[in-house]
Design a protein. Structure first.
Length: 212
C-alpha cells in the first residue's frame, strides 16, 4: 500500500515563524533601550526571547536586520501591509476636508511616535556608530518621506494645497515637522502631553500647507 506523504500545515508554520520573529524583535527592543545597541549581543537577544541562538540567526540573520525588525514592530508595520496601504491611511487620503486630513495624519504620526520614539533614539545612535546601520536609517527616512509625500499629493489632487506651494516643498515641510525628533523634544524633553503634540502638529501643518 502506498504511504501518503505527510502534509504540513503551512499556515501554522508561517504563524509560528511570525511569532518567533515577533518575540525576537520584542526582546531586542527591550535590550536595545535598556543596554544600548552596541552592548546588546545576539546571545543576549536569544536569551531574552527564550529561543536558541541559531534560531535568531535563522530568523533574522544579522543584528542590523534585528534592528530593522524592531523598527517595523514599534512602528506597527510588522507582519502587516505598508503604511500607505492600510485602511485607515486610505481613509485619510479620501477625506475631503483638508484640515481633517491633516488632523488624521497628525494622529497617525503621533500614535507611531508613541510606540517607537524610545527605539528611534537607539536607531539614530546606532546609525552614527555602525556603518552597516546608516543605510538602514536612510532607508527609513526615505520611506517616511515617501509616505508623507502621499499626503501632499492627495491634497494637491483635491485642489486643497496652498497656491504657489509645490508638491516637493510641501513634502519637505511635512518631513521637517512630523518627525520623531520633534515628538521627543516636546513630549519627552519639554513634558508635553502626546495629545498636545498631535494638536500642535495638525495646526502647524494646516498653517503651512493650506490656503489662508
Amino acid at each position: 500500500m502506498a504511504v501518503k506523504a505527510r502534509r504540513y500545515d503551512m499556515s501554522n508554520r508561517a504563524r509560528q515563524a511570525t511569532e518567533t520573529r515577533r518575540r525576537i524583535a520584542e526582546a531586542a527592543a527591550r535590550l536595545f533601550v535598556r543596554d544600548g545597541y552596541g552592548a546588546t549581543t545576539i546571545n543576549a537577544i536569544a536569551a531574552e526571547a527564550a529561543v536558541a541562538v541559531p534560531t535568531v540567526y535563522a530568523t533574522l540573520k544579522t543584528k542590523q536586520a534585528i534592528l530593522w525588525a524592531v523598527i517595523e514592530l514599534t512602528a506597527g508595520n510588522a507582519d502587516q501591509a505598508p503604511l500607505a496601504e492600510r485602511q485607515w491611511w486610505r481613509e485619510m487620503e479620501r477625506e475631503r476636508d483638508p484640515r481633517e486630513t491633516l488632523a488624521k495624519f497628525a494622529r497617525i504620526h503621533r500614535e507611531i511616535c508613541d510606540r517607537e520614539a524610545a527605539v528611534f533614539t537607539v536607531f539614530e545612535t546606532a546609525a552614527n556608530v555602525d556603518p552597516e546601520v546608516a543605510p538602514v536609517m536612510r532607508q527609513k527616512e526615505q520611506a517616511r518621506y515617501s509616505d508623507q509625500s502621499r499626503v501632499v499629493r492627495s491634497l494637491k489632487r483635491q485642489g486643497q494645497l496652498r497656491a504657489g506651494l509645490s508638491v516637493r516643498k510641501a513634502s519637505d515641510i511635512i518631513w521637517a515637522l512630523a518627525t520623531e525628533r520633534s515628538y521627543l523634544a516636546l513630549v519627552r524633553d519639554r513634558g508635553w502631553r502626546a495629545e498636545d503634540y498631535e494638536d500642535w502638529l495638525s495646526a502647524q501643518l494646516a498653517a503651512a500647507l493650506l490656503p489662508p
